[in-house]
Design a protein around this ligand. Structure first.
Ligand code: UD1
Length: 431
């Protein structure tokens, strides 16, 4: 595993360019196999999750040309096979191959999804939706099997707003007979990105950006080209960092996607300027305490909860974070508390009293966004912070070490020391 070592600083300055959105690209790549021809995806971020999805494509015998930030994928020689647990468990979004393979071949065998561990992450809504479309679902110890003589359009009322279930059912319905309506669909911009990609292929999906999607099944899907939208979570992460440490210009982004974050920061007193695809955040002193609730888009994203909690530690007074989506996202609190934060957790509400001085220590990236939170905490802490399991951060932030280094943060990444090494074993190796 990797570790990141970061030294606290007083100031940052300059520009950061935002990469393509992780949560978009991890759906666009599985969606690509729906094409009967070839597709091109541009603005693909360099993330380990993209490498994992590329491995799945290659295992399914797709042809992939990867050049800088572009994926060209041809399905001409593709074969439908069991996607092993070794491949599927590398990331959560491997489960999007359920929807796309089901639509294409009416049969799927896939290992269990992986992904960050922040409590139970059920996929019952995905499976129930596939059943409603006509698939038989069998869950075994080592695989999920989906089988459908044919898929028929229907009305699916999602019991909960779910990004993953919305995308998976959208993929499955693209080639079903007749019309499928998904009610209570999630409205995240990443879903719109997938809809544009599929409609460019020839799919017939309406209702983009709303909570009701209507999909009229088509027989064939052809070539398509799409650019991955800017990552709103990466944008929000750097906005929070800038609030704490210095004026920062964030380029290649879309201010509309981060409106909820801008609203919260402005309520605190932060000065933010925008243009069409840039945001300038000014370092902000004397921020006001805030009460934040995470909610589905356009609400404040759960993926930024842990990161804004670090900002709360520097505000004079009591702030609260109510986690409404993944309330298992709390393992990071013990580490933040070890750094000096004054935190109290009750049910799904984290109360933070500030300001408290943070002191560098060794912490663990308990999940991807927790890792990002520790980067922000380490950047403002006194002394040096070592973040173990930093590979998790690289799953979601392209070139993060280089980007932070460029704006003035003292940061390095290296391999973690092998825990089995002892003075004796080193001595033996020498002999
Ligand atoms: C996606 C994002 C993740 C983000 C989350 C919420 C990707 C790859 N990941 O995750 O970064 O934190 O949205 O914005 O896009 N639920 C069920 N049953 C299901 C599915 C979900 O009960 O079948 C529940 C979940 O436990 C959670 C809520 O619904 O409480 C929302 O989850 P969902 O939107 O599905 O999250 P993901 O798609 O896994």
């Amino acid at each position: 595993m990797k570790q990141i070592i970061i030294n606290g600083t007083n100031t940052i300055s300059g520009e950061i360019a935002i990469s393509g959105a992780k949560n978009s690209v991890v759906a666009l790549i599985p969606a690509a196999i729906l094409s009967d021809s070839l597709v091109k995806i541009t603005n693909v971020p360099k993330l380990s999750d993209c490498d994992s999805l590329e491995q799945i494509l290659l295992d399914l015998n797709c042809d992939v040309i990867r050049n800088k930030d572009t994926f060209v994928i041809s399905t001409m020689n593709m074969q439908n096979k069991f996607i092993s647990n070794e491949l599927s468990q590398k990331l959560r979004a491997s489960y999007y191959f359920m929807g796309s393979l089901l639509a294409k071949y009416n049969h799927v065998e896939i290992g269990m999804p992986g992904g960050c561990d922040f409590g139970t992450r059920p996929i019952d809504l995905h499976l129930k939706g596939f059943e409603q479309l006509g698939a038989k679902v069998t869950v075994l110890d080592d695989r999920i099997i989906l089988d459908a003589p044919q898929l028929n359009g229907t009305t699916i009322n999602l019991e909960k707003v779910s990004v993953g279930a919305t995308i998976n059912l959208l993929l499955a319905a693209t080639k079903a007979n007749g019309i499928t309506t998904i009610n209570n669909a999630a409205c995240e911009p990443e879903i719109d990105n997938v809809i544009d990609f599929l409609n460019n292929m020839g799919a017939k999906i309406s209702g983009k950006g709303t909570s009701t999607l209507q999909i009229t099944g088509v027989k064939k899907l052809g070539t398509s080209q799409i650019a991955v939208i800017p990552d709103r979570i990466e944008t929000g992460t750097y906005m929070i960092l800038a609030t704490l440490l210095g004026d920062l210009k964030i380029t290649n982004t879309n201010p509309i996607y981060v409106k909820s974050i801008c609203d919260i920061l402005k309520q605190m007193g932060v000065n933010i300027e925008y243009s069409a695809n840039e945001i300038i955040v000014h370092k902000s002193f004397n921020n006001k305490p805030i009460n934040i609730e995470t909610n589905p888009y356009p609400g404040f994203p759960t993926d930024l909860g842990q990161i804004i909690a670090v900002l709360m530690t520097q505000i004079n007074g009591q702030s609260t974070l109510t986690e409404n989506i993944y309330n298992g996202r709390t393992k990071y609190l013990v580490h933040l508390s070890n750094m000096g934060a004054d935190i109290n957790l009750k049910d799904n509400v984290t109360t933070i009293n500030g300001p408290t001085k943070l002191i560098g220590t060794t912490v663990e990236a308990t999940d991807l966004r927790a890792g990002a939170a520790f980067l922000v905490a380490g950047a403002i802490a006194e002394g040096s912070t070592t973040i173990n399991k930093a590979d998790l951060i690289l799953r979601g932030y392209e070139n993060i070490v280089e980007k932070l280094d460029k704006i003035g943060i003292n940061i390095i990444i290296q391999d973690e020391l092998d825990k089995n090494l002892t003075p004796e074993s080193v001595k033996k190796k020498k002999l």
